[in-house]
Design a protein around this ligand. Sequence first.
Ligand SMILES: [Ca+2]
Length: 79
Amino acid sequence: MNNWWDVNRDGLFTITDVGLLAKYIGCWPGNFVLKVLAHTPLGTFFEVGPFDQYTNAAWTISVIVWLIVFAWLSSLSKA
Ligand SMILES: [Ca+2]
């Protein structure tokens, strides 16, 4: 039986799974945006396909989104 945290499905939870989870969570915003854009006119213009996951574009979008999220969270703690 596999659990969701056993990302590489080897039956064990190891440091590899931690790294893969960090990669999945870190790049989730970019992957999501690219997947949504994939079959739109804007996505066609930028030549985005549904399998463009974990690309430089996905990481760039993710970093921007995470910076905005952390800035927003930081502003909440100052209020
Ligand atoms: Ca594993």
